[in-house]
Design a protein around this ligand. Structure first.
Ligand SMILES: Nc1ncnc2c1ncn2[C@@H]1O[C@H](COP(=O)(O)OP(=O)(O)OP(=O)(O)O)[C@@H](O)[C@H]1O
Length: 309
């Protein structure tokens, strides 16, 4: 379990993390979401004791992680992969880590197999692609068979097969009872991997919810109806909690009713309907709405959702 209590981190004037409080439970994958610069990496570094909080504290399995006697068995962490420039082979890199933490050789081979690096284990890490580096980072995080696994953007740089592999790995770890906390700035990816979500913006907690609840929120959508008798249909549909707007002549946009309810009401009132379509809000759109106003860096160019998926 990870308990983050009133956690704050300031860098001079900049408040990177601002009074965050949340708990990450074992047995589930918890997604840590937020736009760029929201404070995810800083929070993760404080969980691992790599950064000192300005205020508040973090408990890993009920204790301060820095006081753990076998730290790699408590917490395995992979921070955002940066270019690794090392002449060491992947196996030697992991062996060195294992030796300094009292972990046996057989576990090194086990994690190499687990992350699919067997064929390149003898190769220099410096020559690894971003995806191979991610796999190596995950191997290092899992080396001590930790109860808590924290991964910062683990699918960055992975091909679709790699993304699927990470997704399944995280789910398997959670099913085994591990605490799994994984950051991403992609809502759609988290929706497929996580059960719970902690959403931050500008260092503050925006939502601590289940993916199901979040999806239901995104599911609140409008329905477009094309009819030759818009004012009559509008009168039929209007009621408490229902809004009807006209965007173009003959086209109503209805909020608060399903397409089925609208179709039935129109049929009962003998009003013709030429088109009836639900306007689905994507998870990514719902996430953008939720974090609106808490984005640090905003591109002036619109980004097609497909391009970031
Ligand atoms: N060492 C530092 N010194 C000064 N400012 C920092 C430092 N580390 C982080 N920040 C700032 O704190 C804020 C939060 O950064 P952080 O890297 O934690 O965000 P993030 O959510 O992980 O973003 P990303 O998805 O871009 O990695 C940013 O505005 C960043 O510029």
């Amino acid at each position: 379990m990870i308990e983050v209590q009133n956690l704050t981190k300031r860098y001079g004037e900049k408040v990177a993390v601002d009074g965050l409080t949340f708990t990450v439970q074992p047995g589930t994958v918890t997604g840590f979401l937020g736009p760029n610069g929201a404070g995810k990496s800083t929070t993760m570094r404080m969980i691992a004791g790599l950064d000192q909080p300005t205020a508040g504290r973090v408990l890993v399995n009920g204790r301060d992680y820095r006081a753990a006697t076998a730290p790699m068995a408590e917490l395995g962490i992979m921070l955002e992969a940066r270019a690794v420039h090392t002449g060491r082979s992947a196996r030697n890199h992991l062996l060195a880590l294992a030796q300094t933490n009292g972990i046996g050789r057989h576990r090194v081979d086990e994690v190499i197999r687990l992350v699919g690096l067997t064929d390149v284990a003898g190769k220099r890490v410096g020559g690894f692609s971003l995806g191979m580096g991610q796999r190596l980072g995950i191997a290092a995080a899992l080396l001590g068979s930790p109860r808590v696994v924290v991964l910062d953007e683990p699918v960055n740089g992975l091909d679709p097969e790699g993304v699927l592999w990470v997704r399944n790995l995280l789910k398997a770890l959670a099913n085994d009872g591990h605490t799994v906390f994984v950051s991403s700035h992609l809502m759609s990816e988290m929706a497929l991997t996580a059960t719970r979500l902690v959403v931050v913006g500008r260092g503050r907690l925006i939502a601590d919810t289940t993916v199901e609840e979040f999806t239901a929120l995104a599911g609140e959508r409008s329905v477009s109806v094309r009819t030759p008798q818009p004012s009559e249909l509008r009168d039929v549909l209007l009621g408490p909690g229902i809004t009807v707007t006209t965007e173009t002549p003959g086209l109503l946009v209805v909020e608060g009713l399903t397409a089925e309810q609208i179709g039935t009401a129109a049929w009962q009132a003998h009003l013709p309907v030429f088109e009836l379509s639900a306007n689905e809000a994507s998870l990514e759109e719902a996430f953008m709405q939720l974090t609106e106003g808490s984005v640090d860096y905003r591109s002036s160019e619109p980004v097609m959702t497909g391009a970031v998926l």
